[in-house]
Ligand binder design. Structure first.
Ligand code: SF4
Ligand code: SF4
Ligand code: SF4
Length: 190
């Protein structure tokens, strides 16, 4: 069925860029920096091209619920019907029933755009930073799902406890004025 006039086209969705849970990245960054009690020039961030989506971000942050969340680079997404970020490889069918989805907290919301495309949005309130979705997306999809430290949550610890255990040395210091390392292209191996 063709998209109706009041539905956004796939092109319009892609033009929206990177969003998580309806939150515009720039506003999150600004709010985070304003809320921070630190005056450092740099903050911790994940280099998404180094991250191997090992899952340790979910359990290694000093916060009860990790400051790390999944983000989505919509410009890279294929808007796939069968999303490898959302669906488990060992699923029983191509449905979004609980037993078939990667996300343990059902933070990934799927909505129809136009045949055969679907949009996937992360609800940050539910995301625990487990990286199951980004691992699936990077392994079998375009890699448009990726992990970032959210600065409306991060305490900017002197030594990030995730950095101490990260097997990929993916946690780096970045300028506080540009606290996010966003994905814009598929990783080239080698
Ligand atoms: S610990 Fe490192 S490799 Fe593992 S998910 Fe976090 S940033 Fe990625
Ligand atoms: S699979 Fe993990 S990282 Fe991805 S949205 Fe769900 S909780 Fe967040
Ligand atoms: S700096 Fe601290 S609060 Fe921020 S992600 Fe690392 S451990 Fe968590």
């Amino acid at each position: 069925m063709a998209a109706t006039d009041n539905k956004k086209s796939r092109r319009e969705f892609i033009a929206d860029g990177i969003r998580t849970g309806g939150l515009i990245i720039a506003s999150g960054a600004i709010g985070a920096l304003a809320a921070s009690s630190h005056a450092e020039d740099t903050v911790w961030q994940i280099d998404p091209y180094k991250c191997t989506n090992c899952g340790l971000c979910a359990t290694s942050c000093v916060l009860d619920q990790s400051a790390v969340k999944c983000m989505h680079a919509f410009a890279m997404c294929g808007y796939c019907n069968l999303c490898s970020g959302m669906l488990r490889p060992e699923r029983v069918g191509n449905t979004i029933e609980a037993e078939n989805v990667q996300c343990p907290t059902f933070a990934i919301q799927r909505s129809y755009v136009e045949n055969p495309y679907f949009q996937y949005v992360i609800d940050e309130n539910l995301c625990i930073g487990c990286a199951k979705c980004s691992k699936g997306c990077n392994a079998f999809g375009n890699g448009s799902l990726f992990m970032q430290i959210r600065h409306d949550r991060c305490l900017n610890c002197n030594q990030c406890s995730i950095a101490e255990v990260c097997p990929a040395q993916a946690i780096v210091r970045v300028p506080a004025s540009k606290p996010y390392l966003l994905k814009s292209k598929i990783k080239q191996d080698g």
